[in-house]
Design a protein around this ligand. Structure first.
Ligand SMILES: Cc1ncc(COP(=O)(O)O)c(C=O)c1O
Length: 1002
């Protein structure tokens, strides 16, 4: 390709001097021309003998869009110096080609954009809808073209079915073709207009990198325009959006809602999207099969079919339910007549026969929500014994109490409610019915006349037992359905489908827990406006992220109970209200994690739940060392609070029991314990002890360290005093480089690096001394955590301690992050180093959430400190704290959590190392046990801060909480509770791999 030829043409005819590079194009030549000032253009030199009308139509259409909808991201046509939009120019072979220029839009094509969020897909729909609306009055004779990509003419595939040799595939395409033929009368009745007709994933541009929001930056290429019903345009875009999308129905809902927001659709058009999408995919695969026959040596033709086949063959989508979903996403009645049904029910409110034979308006509501209730104790397992007692706190002498509609609950704990392979996968939590709890065998009366649609005994674990669905009709003839679950299955012997039930007739009764699926006696009363796709097996609870659909299919049935909707409809606490409250009443430097913060209300082991019951794998929090909501911790806390909770001024056996337990884990020379409230307070005390013992103040500490939030602790925390707005380093503190053998001065290939890092302490001591300070000591996180999850080379700490002691100082090991078994191989980090500290500081995990810090030191140092004033910390060493701390340490032993940390940590390490080999952006993987770091880097090896933030937020999108650390915040920090299991490890590795692929795909 003679690029110079076309660069010259550009200069001659458009006066643009630019560097050219060739872009892909099936028949035409396309060039990206970058002018000296950086402006980009697309030069299109059409195939020789290309019809002029084809270019003219596109030029006029782009110009039309620009006048009708100037905000749409469609490229402008750049006329030449003479004002002509297209010119005939000879190529280097002397063939005349029609040439034209378009503005080059920013971004990358949608195919390569990631993540493809619902928000982005909604915007794709809105841009396409906007373009459709702008083109509605565009006219050009060329639009009436006769070509295979006009979806209205898709019937051509019927005569090519034999080309598909696989019989199953052939019959699938035949079925689609037959379905399409049935649509033809509907289609031909729809108005036609100019449509883009090829909004495939290479014709949509997306801008925004990493943490920037993604936005649609271009809808390009009008080369396939034609006149057709506008829904064809939408269906064609939809046919690409669904390919290899993990949740194609959600993607379709976002796309259609986006289109509808810009160019409102009719329900009839919405219903056509899915069948037309399938038709378009059928056209694509038949077309490429024919091309493959023509070009047997081009493997690409077959490869490109694969995603379409995967979708057509792989997804079990119910068309009726999908239509309901798409209609709901557009705020339309889910089926024709649904709005009339709701209006009729509303009008009849107050006049329905009482379901339980009595007025329910005074009945109490009882909340079983994630927020208000602790049923079940283990949100991943509902034992029958608990199910039979659910809500017993609302029991009031057999009076009826009601459970909320639209309430997220954790009582649906079985894997059947999960929508993915992991405990932290999406799960259905939101109740779609109203419950009425009443004594066993309470009789029930039909609120209105109906016909038995289903009567069954569902004997599965925690299922319905007896269940009845009635079919009703409004006087206008619109059908709807009501469901009654957890019944005495005796109804199965009496009733059968088709039986008529009169209004007010007693037709069933509540079962007891031996026959109603295992639950405390109640009826689950649900309304549905359609049974499309749910038939007899309605979901009783919905995925919180799909409530736009389920609220519309199964609306609040309160009116049928003669109750106001508000009484029975639950709304979880709005996260935004809490956020605003924090803005109003808390300091601005109290930070929140994640661009979209999470509100967490329940936990269990290494999982947490938000207000909607969405589960998260907690791979970040080290405070719940033995797991969230540990039953033994609950028992100890409750037990001690029942007795008394006082302080260390009085004797209590819990004090010495806790001390004995801690000391059993430490070397013999550490024999005196101080109990305080936090890691900070323990470090603050450590500084006082060091000063009391040495009579000096000077401290040496590694850079980027963190020891707490008080004045003294911050003075030795470079992570804070050197941060933006920090107070700077005090005169009595000297920093030494962190012993980071990945990024620091001495690397892993240097066998003497431990000593070399330790030698950096010499000038620090000298600097303090030269400023007149004696050496009180050295304080370090044994393995620097905020510094980036660093494991110093073995031998570093003993070498440092030797120098510090020689200068008269003492050595403080801050084990807040590393202690108590997290490292797997070691109970404390200093053991790995072969170091012998004078003071060990413990915090966070030792209380498993209860505020607790511990300092342990030598008798000699304690004695020096005892020369001073009395030491007292009101809550430090409270009876409760001592019992909690001891319990945590006992649980670590009893549940072999240190061993678990070793095994799970080793598995994580193997998996993370594999990711390091696979993904260039993983620079280093390091850590020990469940104290792990993954350093993300740019191509040039520098710290990839934005990427790290992106990955952290995307992990959260996939329901995994992890952190980021390091001076440049480019190290992913994995530090889960010690209970994490193989499934959790697998989830972290699989999801992280997917997100890193997402990054490299771009
Ligand atoms: C190593 C280290 N030391 C001390 C502290 C302070 O502990 P607390 O926040 O409990 O006061 C922290 C807290 O993150 C820490 O990581």
């Amino acid at each position: 390709m003679n690029l110079q030829h076309w660069a010259d043409a550009l200069k001659t005819h458009w006066g643009i001097t630019a560097d050219l590079c060739q872009l892909d194009g099936e028949y035409d030549l396309n060039f990206l021309a970058t002018a000296r000032d950086g402006t980009g253009y697309i030069l299109k030199a059409m195939r020789p003998a290309c019809d002029a009308w084809l270019v003219e139509m596109q030029v006029q259409a782009f110009q039309h869009i620009a006048t009708r909808a100037a905000d749409l991201p469609c490229p402008r046509v750049i006329p030449n110096q003479g004002g002509a939009a297209m010119l005939s120019i000879a190529d280097e072979n002397g063939d005349q080609r029609l040439c034209w220029i378009l503005e080059c839009l920013p971004g990358k094509c949608y195919a390569k954009a990631a993540p493809k969020t619902d928000t982005l897909i909604h915007e794709v729909g809105a841009v396409l809808g906007g373009a459709g609306k702008a083109l509605a009055d565009f006219e050009h004779a060329g639009l009436e073209r006769d070509f295979k990509w006009d979806l209205m003419r898709a019937g051509w595939i019927g005569s090519e079915l034999d080309s598909i040799s696989d019989p199953a595939r052939q019959s699938l395409i035949r079925e689609i073709d037959t379905d399409f033929a049935k649509l033809e009368p509907v289609m031909t009745a729809l108005p036609k207009q100019a449509i883009h007709n090829d909004a495939n994933d290479y014709n949509i541009m997306v801008a925004g990198e990493l943490t920037e929001p993604r936005r649609v930056s271009g809808l390009i290429d009008l080369g396939d325009m034609c006149a057709a019903p506008r829904v064809c345009d939408l269906a064609i875009a939809a046919a690409y959006i669904v390919l290899d999308h993990p949740d194609p129905e959600a993607a379709l809902a976002a796309l259609v809602a986006g289109y509808h927001s810009a160019y409102p659709l009719t329900p009839q058009e919405v219903d056509l999207v899915y069948p037309l999408l399938r038709t378009r995919l059928a056209v694509s695969v038949v077309n490429s099969t024919l091309m493959a026959i023509e070009n047997p040596n081009d493997p690409y033709v077959t490869i490109s079919q694969a995603p379409a086949w995967r979708f057509l063959e792989g997804h079990k989508i119910h068309p009726g339910l999908l239509s309901a979903r798409l209609r709901a996403a557009c705020d339309m009645p889910v089926v024709d007549g649904a709005d009339r049904v709701m209006a009729w029910i509303e009008a009849e409110r107050g006049g329905f026969a009482p379901l339980m034979g009595e007025d329910l308006s005074k009945a109490q509501m009882g909340s079983l929500s994630v927020e208000n209730s602790t049923w079940p104790q283990n949100p991943f397992h509902m034992p029958l014994e608990e199910a039979a007692r659910v809500g017993e706190e609302f029991e009031d002498g057999g009076r009826i109490w009601l459970g909320y509609y639209h309430e997220p609950r954790l009582i649906y704990a079985e894997p059947a409610f999960r929508k993915g392979p992991y405990k932290a996968s999406n799960r259905r939590t939101v109740h779609l019915a109203i419950d009425a709890f009443a004594p066993d065998f309470t009789p029930m009366f039909a609120p209105l006349a109906g016909e038995v649609f289903v009567v069954e005994n569902r004997t599965g674990h925690l299922d319905y037992g007896g269940v009845i669905i009635l079919r009703h009709e409004t006087p206008a003839g619109d059908p709807f359905y009501t469901l009654y679950g957890h019944l005495d299955p005796e109804c199965c012997d009496r009733l059968q489908p088709g039986d008529r039930i009169e209004k007010g007739a007693e037709f069933c009764r509540l079962g007891d827990h031996t026959m109603n699926g295992g639950w405390a006696p109640h009826v689950h009363f649900q309304l549905a406006l359609t049974t499309e796709g749910i038939e007899a097996d309605w979901p009783g609870v919905g995925d919180p992220d799909e409530m736009y659909l389920w609220r519309a299919v199964c609306p609040n049935p309160a009116a049928l109970l003669n109750l106001p909707d508000e009484k029975c409809c639950y709304e979880p606490t709005d996260k935004e209200t809490i956020r605003q409250g924090r803005r109003d009443h808390f300091g601005g430097n109290l930070s929140l994690t994640y661009a979209d913060p999470v509100m967490l209300l329940r936990g269990w082991k290494h999982h947490l739940f938000d207000e909607w019951g969405r589960p998260y794998l907690d791979a970040y929090n080290n405070v719940p060392h033995v797991g969230h909501a540990h039953p033994r911790i609950q028992v100890v806390a409750a037990d001690q609070l029942k007795r008394m909770n006082s302080n260390t001024r009085y004797l209590h056996p819990a004090q010495t029991a806790f001390a004995d337990k801690i000391l059993s884990k430490l070397p013999d020379h550490l024999e005196v314990c101080f109990f305080v409230n936090s890691g900070t307070e323990a470090n603050e005390l450590a500084l006082r002890l060091a000063r009391a013992h040495t009579g000096a103040k000077g401290m040496v500490t590694p850079d980027h360290g963190y020891h707490g939030n008080t004045t003294g602790a911050i003075d030795v925390s470079a992570y804070k005093f050197n941060a933006k707005g920090g107070i700077g380093k005090p005169d009595w503190v000297e920093l030494v480089e962190v012993a980071d053998d990945y990024r620091g001065s001495f690397k892993r290939d240097d066998p003497d690096r431990a000593q070399k890092f330790a030698d950096l302490v010499d000038p620090a001591i000298a600097a303090l001394q030269s400023r007149g300070h004696g050496i009180a000591g050295f304080i370090a996180e044994t393995f620097p955590s905020v510094g980036g999850q660093i494991i110093p080379p073995k031998g570093y700490l003993p070498a440092v301690y030797e120098k510090i002691r020689a200068a008269g100082g003492i050595c403080i090991a801050d084990e807040v992050q590393t202690g108590l078994g997290r490292l797997g191989d070691y109970y404390f980090g200093f053991e790995h180093q072969g170091a012998s500290p004078d003071i060990v500081v413990m915090g966070k995990p030792i209380g498993n959430g209860h505020p607790l810090g511990v300092l342990v030191t030598t008798r000699a140092i304690a004695d020096s400190f005892a020369q001073g004033p009395e030491f007292f910390s009101t809550f430090g060493g409270s009876t409760l704290s001592c019992r909690m701390g001891k319990e945590v340490l006992d649980i670590v032993d009893d549940e072999a959590l240190q061993e678990n940390a070793r095994h799970m940590g080793a598995d994580l390490m193997v998996g993370l190392k594999a990711l390091e080999t696979k993904h260039a952006c993983v620079g280093d993987v390091r850590g020990m046990g469940l104290f792990l770091g993954l350093e993300l880097i740019e191509e040039d090896g520098t710290e990839a801060t934005q990427l790290c933030s992106y990955v952290k937020n995307r992990m959260r999108d996939h329901r995994i909480l992890i952190g980021s650390e390091g001076p440049k915040d480019n190290i992913l920090k994995i530090r889960p509770p010690l209970t994490i299991d193989a499934e959790g490890v697998n989830m972290i590795l699989t999801v992280l791999d997917g997100i890193l692929l997402e990054v490299s795909a771009g």
